[in-house]
Design a protein around this ligand. Structure first.
Ligand code: TXA
Ligand code: MG
Length: 305
């Protein structure tokens, strides 16, 4: 196993898989143009083939080589890249991001990650890299290299250690196709911040079927989750919020939604390791990144799809 950028780029060129730190979560990366490398991602994750991947690039110019960005998409990329925003746009070079990676759609999801190691790897590789979160399908996303190695480490020939992810939940996914901008997935960039640049976001609507990731039970630990709990019951692990107690599993002792997003997946994993009867989670306010935290918690609890 290699742990440096040049070797990781070489692994990508050879059709192998790499664990990549990003500011959101760790990704399981492969050459976007190589169908057998992309097939290995689906296999390692146990991911359904109808769920398309995100192509990662260094920035706007690299994205425009294969994605048709309209004026709105350009404005969004200029405002928020590199960062936790994924843009879905029509594809114009279908070979650059292979059919399997797009699940046969005529659109492509693109994002420029902000993590310096992700940027260095993309630069060294020189083309788009598809990378879903590095968990096995349906499990919480990894936010440290160790968690990523525990999930899919057996499938990779290189791994980069970028420390704990600063954002902690996946990127926000916006579709910029015909019609108004649509929010396909809540995530690391607040809805309000996006709307300040591009105006009101429509719900996913018919585009929901274009983002099949939304439809699955996802992010789930082993133990059942009980949300909006006032206190833990006997045998339950407790994920507190804003209770002023620096308990090891508190999402944020001070009640900061950003910190709760950053700690969410590692707290779910840590709670699971206690082998509890269940995991009780305190209410998290639906403001800023709290929206994405609650979205992930509802899916992890099995309330969506
Ligand atoms: O933060 C992130 O986005 C992380 C890091 C590694 O970059 N990646 C990530 O990838 O979360 P993944 O594969 O777990 O989620 C990709 C999401 C899914 O919900 C998928 O359905 C959606 O993006 N998606 C991909 N291509 C799409 C397309 N052409 N149209 C609509 N949705 C698409
Ligand atoms: Mg995922």
């Amino acid at each position: 196993m290699s742990f440096d950028v040049a070797a990781a780029a070489e692994v990508l060129r050879g059709g192998g898989l790499v664990l990549i730190p990003t500011e959101t979560v760790y990704g399981l990366g492969a050459d976007a143009a190589n169908p057998s490398a992309i097939a290995a991602i689906f296999e390692a994750k146990g991911r359904p083939r109808f769920n398309p991947l995100i192509a990662h690039v260094t920035g706007l110019a690299a994205a425009q080589r294969f994605a048709a960005f309209d004026a709105r998409a350009v404005r969004m990329a200029e405002a928020f890249w590199p960062g936790p925003l994924t843009i879905v746009a029509p594809i114009h070079d279908e070979a650059a991001v292979c059919d399997l990676a797009r699940a046969g759609l005529d659109t492509v999801a693109v994002r420029a990650p902000a993590h310096p190691l992700a940027q260095a790897l993309l630069e060294a590789f020189g083309g788009p890299v598809c990378a879903p979160s590095a968990n096995r399908s349906g499990r919480p996303s990894p936010t440290t290299l160790q968690d990523a190695l525990d999930e899919t480490g057996g499938a990779v020939r290189a791994a980069l250690d970028g420390g704990a992810c600063a954002v902690g939940v996946e990127s926000t996914v916006i579709a910029l196709l015909d019609g108004p901008p649509r929010l396909l997935r809540l995530g690391g960039l607040d809805r309000q911040v996006i709307e300040a640049v591009i105006g009101p976001l429509a719900d996913a609507g018919e585009d929901a079927q274009r983002s099949p990731g939304r439809l699955l039970r996802h992010y789930a630990p082993q133990a059942p989750l009980r949300l909006n709990a006032a206190a833990p019951q006997a045998g339950e692990a407790w994920l507190g919020f804003g209770d002023g107690v620096a308990a090891p599993l508190s999402l944020s002792p001070s009640g900061d939604v950003r910190e709760a997003a950053q700690r969410l997946f590692s707290c779910l994993r840590a709670a699971d390791r206690l082998n509890p009867r269940g995991i009780a989670v305190a209410p998290v306010p639906e403001i800023g990144l709290g929206e994405a935290v609650n979205d992930r918690l509802r899916r992890a609890a099995g309330f969506v799809g």
